[in-house]
Design a protein around this ligand. Structure first.
Ligand code: SF4
Length: 146
């Protein structure tokens, strides 16, 4: 079971999660010597679980996927110039980065919070004569609803 934070919760299992699950099933089978019957993703916030039934075809699919990625990486390895730098916050922990003694000189982008402070509301759509009578910032003018 893979526990997720629920950011990608929706009506169906995202393709990447499916791939992740069948790879887990493949690795579990290699390690434990027996095939799991199911693998699943649990979305913690909603306590909802999506299951994937595991059979030989899922294990074969996972093996082919791993092999395909492996072959692509091997092919690229021969041509170092085909690797593009992807500067990101994770570079700090990458063993290729020069700060870790590696050859990559990627400039790590400055961290910015995703939450941006909202501009103060100026209620430009409310007529200025009304603003004098109405305390638009106050919540007490609105009725309570149960
Ligand atoms: S340090 Fe270089 S190789 Fe490593 S993740 Fe960043 S860009 Fe990629």
């Amino acid at each position: 079971m893979d526990y997720k934070t629920s950011k990608r919760y929706g009506p169906y299992l995202p393709e990447e999660y499916y791939r992740q699950l069948i790879i887990y099933a493949f690795l579990y089978t290699l390690e434990m010597g027996e095939m799991p019957k199911f693998v699943g993703v649990n979305y913690l916030r909603f306590d909802d679980t999506f299951f994937v039934k595991v059979g030989q075809s899922e294990l074969d699919e996972a093996r082919d996927l791993i092999k395909m990625v492996h072959d692509c990486i091997k092919e690229r390895e021969e041509y170092e110039d085909r690797y593009e730098q992807k500067p990101q916050n994770l570079c700090k922990w990458c063993s290729f980065h020069k700060s870790q003694g590696g050859p990559c000189d990627a400039v790590i982008p400055k961290w910015e919070p995703t939450f941006k402070k909202r501009k103060k509301e100026n209620y430009s759509d409310i007529d200025s004569s009304l603003k004098k009578d109405l305390d638009v910032e106050s919540q007490s003018q609105f009725p309570d609803f149960d």
